[in-house]
Ligand binder design. Sequence first.
Ligand code: GMT
Length: 384
Amino acid sequence: MARPLKIGITCYPTLGGSGVVATELGKLLAEKGHEIHFITHSIPFRLGQFKKNIFFHEVEVNDYYVFRYPPYDLSLASKMAQVAKMQQLDLLHVHYAVPHAICALLAKQMIGGDIKTVTTLHGTDITVLAQDESLKDLIRLAINSSDAVTAVSQDLINETKELLEIDNPIDLTYNFVDKRIYYPRSCANFRSDFVRDGEKILMHISNFRPVKRVGDVVDIFAKVAEEVPSRLLLVGEGPDLPKIQHKIRSMGLADRVHFLGKQDDVAHVISIADLMLLPSEKESFGLVALEAMACGVPTIGSVAGGIPELVTHGETGFLAPIGDTDTMAEHAITLLRNEAMYQKFREACLHRARTRFCNDLITAEYERIYYRVLGIEADVPQPI
Ligand code: GMT
């Protein structure tokens, strides 16, 4: 086995799937003996308690009075360079291109090029930000300057190559869940807080941004609730929440919809659901659908972005064109009414999450990429 590595990880530590994936990856790599240095503006919220091989370096921003906007990006780049030098890092792995990949490039230049950089694209850094002409060239530069670039779905790779005219190879590394955390939890008590007499639970978890189309979630639920006694649980917070609350009231659904706000223990919360709804407009991967899959909960969603690579239509869930809430509701009703079919889907979900998207497999894929860019011969064993 090759020597353990010293890796700097930068991500958005306090929000979103990209921060979750980056933090969980760091924890898993540390368990495997690598030394992990998080270089972020605050402690990643999923980091948990003190762990061996994990270090945290806080980026402090200089807010001198002449600055209208304190230069976080410059402080980050300089912290990356400082930590890389002091800790003799082998590489910097940045999650989300903007601004992290550019900061990594700057850091590399500051220390004279003696470090490798890996950039993981997560979705909106390409599908939203790279559409902005003022950022496009910068993102292209960041990608072309990285020693390796990974993306969380084939769809995101295709979109990145097309939009930014990138010819360099991009590695496909799907997101993953830790099978020691994401599995069906027993939750009878918690479930009975929301439902009675065999009612079903439909759930949606997101940051309530327009791309999530939470209005469609409500429309799907309204159609399902006409046919199957059910409740809708909404988890998370975000800009569209007031609009959604208003929609729910005006459709007379208020007594059947529950708002849970932000939740930390996602595996427990998801385990009480019968179906996950993900009708997004854009979704490079859809981590929440994977978390649901690992807890045995099928997803009803749209065919946006990378969702079809994750959710197998007719096996681990059902997909329909974006905005086609009638078809999504029909699929949900079919599945909820047919117990044998539901159990088959549930088994398929558990199997797929444990085999194709498990932590051991994806962590090994990242390790192979690290050793490759460092030019180190390494035989990272393929997990069984
Ligand atoms: O979904 C979001 O708006 C948050 C965003 C993020 O940066 O955390 O999520 C993106 O990255 C996740 C982790 O790779 C993916 O699972 C999400 O699909 C992706 N979101 C979009 O593409 C909209």
